[in-house]
Design a protein around this ligand. Structure first.
Ligand code: PLP
Length: 442
């Protein structure tokens, strides 16, 4: 149930925002067809076969993009092409398919490096996803630095994937976790964050965008503060890379991680970016083939990164598919995507803001994609089920981010989350269905 004393009122927040009128005009037939940059929204949507799916006898409305995104046919076709024409193990074969496969795999690494503004392809390690990337950093780089009493700084906004690995290494070494607080809007309080640093601080890890609230954290400033204390920093980009331009060099992050499935790419593939010196300093993460330069029973010599961190046969096809996803969003333009989604988010805030009893959870001025809310007198799961009957897919629950929701007095929320293929019409349907739900339960 929703606590009576909730502090962040969606309606008053909505009034404070500067709304772009263009989407409203488009819906009223007074403006042009919505475009994301140059690309008409209808054309973009036609690239995503699953968006035409019917659920519960209704047209699917996918507003669960923070959990996972859908794949355009360009990504699906790339996977089919890989398995039809290129499939082979990489790096070792003396034959044509090994060459094709290796070229495709390494080309994907280069694309990702360019997309992130990384110095080069050797800064890019393929992992299973954000979770594996953070575990790799925790065990291979940070744990060997830790002594009892050392401190790791996190923020209250973190997903469990950026909490639990740190808890595990802390338990194993006697280190302790310190947590940067947020204000009433769900934004990091920079001055409080800065106060957490001291001579025992060994590492800091922070999300760029909160998956539960949508808060965009000031990561560039946070990394600079960490560096001012001689501390290395990891940025969790799981919820940022698909919504805004990211440049790891400008951000000066020592590590940056994201998952392919959250940026229109395949499942089971993700990226760990690391600066050259931190990747060099990292211990081997897993042992096996591909990561070695020489093995005897007495000792092993390792390859340099990224191979040192990629033991065993990699997930070649999905890395190639992720490269295709990066090509897809790059062709639309991350600036264009960010601008369109911002308009859509503000439109959503206005449309939902007039629903009686609805409270927005997370009202930071800097916000991306997420419209988390609770509805007075209703369980989140009940709201989610009602929306599903209208074809609308949202997440209801704790979103693997219990500490930040508890900060606001909640065990869960209903969380519509946007991507650039969502339309103003879908937002209106969401709002209309919520009005119906509220009226039907009066
Ligand atoms: N970090 C954030 C901010 C997330 O939102 C998620 C997933 O929702 C993760 C980490 C974990 O990502 P994955 O499950 O793809 O490893």
């Amino acid at each position: 149930m929703i606590p009576e004393n909730s502090t962040s009122d969606f309606a008053s927040y909505a009034k404070k925002t500067t709304l772009f009128p263009s989407l409203v005009e488009q819906r009223q037939g007074r403006g042009p067809i919505p475009r994301v940059g140059e690309a008409p929204l209808e054309k973009i949507r036609a690239d995503f076969p699953i968006l035409s799916e019917q659920v519960e006898g209704r047209q699917l409305v996918w507003l669960d993009n923070a959990a996972t995104t859908h794949r355009p046919k360009q990504v699906i076709d790339r996977l089919v092409h890989y398995y039809t024409h290129e499939n082979s193990n990489v790096h070792r074969g003396a034959h044509t398919l090994a060459e094709r496969s290796t070229d495709a795999f390494e080309a994907a690494r280069e694309k990702i490096a360019r997309f992130l503004g990384a110095p080069g392809a050797n800064n890019i390690v393929f992992v299973r996803g954000t979770t594996e990337g953070i575990n790799l950093i925790a065990y291979a780089y940070v744990k060997p630095l830790l002594r009892p009493g050392d401190e790791i700084i996190l923020t209250l906004l973190e997903h469990h994937a950026n909490i639990v690995p740190w808890q595990l290494v802390a338990q194993e070494t006697g280190a302790v976790l310190r947590v940067a607080p947020v204000d009433e809007s769900g934004q990091i309080i920079l001055s409080e964050y800065a106060k957490l640093f001291n001579s025992n601080t060994r590492f800091v890890s922070m999300t760029q965008v909160s998956n539960a609230l949508g808060t965009v954290a000031p990561v560039q400033e946070m990394v600079a503060i960490a560096h001012g204390f001689g501390v290395r920093a990891c940025v969790d980009g799981a919820q940022s890379v698909s919504h805004m331009p990211v440049n790891v060099s400008a951000m000066d992050a020592d590590f940056f991680v994201f998952s392919g499935h959250k940026i229109f790419g395949p499942n089971g593939i993700g990226v760990l970016y690391g600066k050259e010196d931190v990747l060099d300093a990292a211990h081997p993460w897993q042992g096996g083939g591909s990561m070695i330069s020489d093995v005897t029973f007495e000792r092993t010599l390792y390859q340099k990164a990224p191979q040192k961190c990629e033991a065993g046969t990699p997930n070649v096809a999905d890395a190639v598919g992720l490269g295709a996803a990066i090509d897809y969003v790059s062709a639309i333009g991350m600036e264009n995507i960010a601008r369109y989604e911002h308009e859509l988010l503000e439109y959503g805030i206005r449309e939902l803001g007039v629903i009686p009893g609805l409270t927005l959870v997370g009202t930071a001025a800097q916000k991306a994609s997420v419209l988390s809310f609770v509805l007075n007198g209703h369980e989140n799961e009940e709201v989610g089920r009602y929306l599903n009957r209208a074809g609308i897919a949202v997440r209801a629950g704790h979103h693997c981010a219990q500490p930040i929701l508890r900060r606001f007095g909640y065990e869960g929320t209903v969380r519509p989350s946007l991507a650039f293929y969502n339309t103003p019409g879908e937002i209106e349907l969401l709002a209309r269905t919520l009005h119906e739900f509220v009226n039907s339960s009066l």
